[in-house]
Design a protein around this ligand. Structure first.
Ligand code: SAH
Length: 249
């Protein structure tokens, strides 16, 4: 049988936010490959082998998945959210590019998922209604100086900003520096959304003005969205709506 490799996004956490395409891919799979907590989200069944692996072994994991697909298995590599956003899809293509030529002829597809940024934005209202950027604040794969430069340029361009991995284990002070840079570069009280564990039982959403944002408001399960200078808050009884109007004068 011809093998295949699907790199699938499981969405932010809730089962009802997994797409039908991904559900179908999981149902057809013979092997599931991925980081331990993501593989744990896939139900066991006869004929399915789970291959959980630790964090930071993305290239080894990708090669293993490609080898199994080349052997004729139906392999699904799982990521949280969307697999193309700071996740396994790029790792698999890095492995394909560096690997044996026959890997290029494999049936490899990417099945998108709802990324944490969009799930978090939806909870708050529409903070990404105008131009925005997404930045991974982890410095595992790039130098901190580059992150800081991008933060300053994004603030100068007046983008709303969505931050993944706000607290990197290797540099716990990184997010404190991020807030310092933003307070310096923005100099106003635009809203900051801390959206933790969106769509899970531990979900918690908090909105604070930028000068009141504190490093400990974020952890590895938090998505941080910083508004642009035009982002608005609609107050009401209960949680406010945060939105960025579509137009700029
Ligand atoms: N591929 C994933 C992102 C992987 S990076 C996606 O598209 O969502 C991991 C980071 O995503 C976490 O540190 C956190 O910032 C964010 N994240 C993932 N799931 C989340 C959730 N349910 N709620 C809030 N943030 C989440």
């Amino acid at each position: 049988m011809t093998g295949s490799l699907i790199i699938a996004g499981l969405g932010p956490g809730a089962d009802h936010l997994v797409t039908p395409e991904v559900t179908e891919a999981l149902a057809q799979a013979t092997d599931i490959v991925g980081y331990i907590p993501y593989v744990a989200r896939v139900a066991e069944r006869p004929g399915l082998t789970l291959h959980p692996s630790d964090n930071r072994v993305e290239i080894d994991r990708s090669r293993h998945a490609l080898e199994m697909a080349a052997d004729g298995r139906q392999v699904v590599v799982v990521s949280s959210g969307d697999p193309g956003v700071f996740a396994m899809a790029a790792a698999v293509f890095e492995a394909v590019e560096a690997g044996p030529d026959h890997w290029r002829d494999l049936d490899i597809r990417v099945a998108p998922g709802i990324t944490a940024m969009l799930a978090a934005a939806a909870r708050a209202g529409a903070p990404l209604g105008h131009d925005f950027c997404a930045i991974n604040l982890s410095d595992n794969l790039k130098p901190w100086a580059l992150i800081e430069r991008r933060l300053r340029l994004a603030a100068e361009a007046d983008f709303a900003m969505a931050f993944y991995n706000p607290r990197s284990k290797s540099r716990p002070e990184g997010f404190a520096r991020t807030l310092d840079v933003l307070n310096d570069a923005c100099g106003d009280a635009r809203p900051v959304i801390f959206a933790r564990a969106v769509s899970t039982p531990e979900e918690a959403i908090r909105v604070v003005p930028l000068p009141d944002a504190r490093p400990e408001m974020a952890d590895m399960r938090t998505m941080v969205i910083v508004g642009s200078s035009t982002t608005r808050i609609i107050t009401r009884d209960g949680a406010p709506f945060v939105y960025t109007p579509r137009s700029v004068a």
